[in-house]
Design a protein around this ligand. Sequence first.
Ligand SMILES: [Zn+2]
Length: 262
Amino acid sequence: MPEEKKIQCDNCNISISESEFLKSLKVCPHCNYHHQKGYYLTAFERLNLLVDGGTFVEYDADLYSLNPLNFPAYEEKLSSDIQKTGLRSEILTGEALIGGYRTAIGIGDPHIRMGSVGSVIGEKITRLIERATEKRLPLIIVSPFGGGMRMQEGTISLMQMAKTAAACVRYMETGLFYISVLTHVTMGGNAASFASLAHVIIAEPGTKYGFAGDPTRASIGMEMPPEVQTAEYQLEYGMIDMIVQRKEMRATLIDLLDFCSD
Ligand SMILES: [Zn+2]
């Protein structure tokens, strides 16, 4: 029998068998470190973790990005990223039951163009919010968008901030309930639009969350203590509401949906 692959925890350095690591949802069973680079969850892994099995109905799976600026090799790289995730489009959106509560849910995948938000992600999130408004469904958006707005689409990607923010405001004016789930890394324009406009903002432990990332700050010579852009620091200053372990996220969402149901 070949020996099972071992993964060394980036935090406590203890070796864990791959099967144990995957069973604990890519979280170290010894020190509870939620592993980051190289071990991000895909959108489908998160979907399976959060929703009632077999209840997900996908929206808008046929939307795909064009290359409006003729950015070199953009279409090829984007299509290769999407294929690796098993998704049919750039983000998973649809509706599903969570603990029996019908919910509109969007789940990003950090493996697509380094988790940047292009026009299709903005459009699919906006359509998700608008459908949730029409159908009067609670809304959950899981953000793993650390790459900011997608530079390969220029101003068209920046416009997604205003579009998604406007949809969020119209949704919340109707008295419906929006939960934003932040996962490592959530930065840039999405942190400054739909990800931060929810009634309840939940982060996984160790999530990096803020606006200007390291390269941006370095380019203007701005120094900042590294802990400022962590979920733990942001919780202390009221920018987020809760930090929830990955294994407890589904139960927490069900509690919140239950609390806010009619
Ligand atoms: Zn560990």
